[in-house]
Ligand binder design. Sequence first.
Ligand code: ATP
Ligand code: MG
Length: 193
Amino acid sequence: MDDTPETTPALTDDPRPSGGRVADSLVLVNTGNGKGKSSAAFGVMLRALARDWKVAVVQFVKSGDWKVGEEKIGRRLGVDWHSLGGGFTWDSTNLDHDIQLAREAWAQAAAILAAGEHQLVILDELTYLCTWGWVPTDEVVAAIVQRPRHVNVVVTGRDAPQAIIDIADTVTEMRHVKHAYDSGIMAKRGIDY
Ligand code: ATP
Ligand code: MG
């Protein structure tokens, strides 16, 4: 399945294939167990902002205790930021309430996709809502497929459902090789959040 060359290209090799077509928009999925899914999405956010695109970020899961640095800078740079994970963090106890909030959060994200006001919409940690069965994967797939053609989408989260992988243009699996957490090091401000 993976037919990308394993070896490092020589410095003189231009890695860009010639004669490709231009897409109206792309769907990216960052999945896997290693670190880097959300941070890569925020790297794309910066590229989009550099092109004066309108960008929306929807965050579906958020640890209540963390002050999320990317939100602070994103808002300052004019990103429409929707932090919708407040109600259903890992420590929540009322599951029905959480599911209801998750569905409302997804409805809001679907509306943002359909509105077409942004050239980039980042759906951070969306995969969990599908994996937990809170939001039907079919609905997510339909909303992405039916989006206005100019809307680029980035989805992040572990265990991306196959149906979302199938409709994406670029899927990257972050592979866990080593994480500071494994040796007992806590999440670090400025690096992890
Ligand atoms: P990041 O936001 O740093 O790009 P991520 O989006 O790939 O990470 P998440 O699953 O969303 O990863 O986890 C968010 C937090 O958990 C981050 O602080 C990250 O450093 C940490 N984390 C990510 N991968 C691992 C891992 N394999 N083991 C322990 N902690 C991890
Ligand atoms: Mg993440």
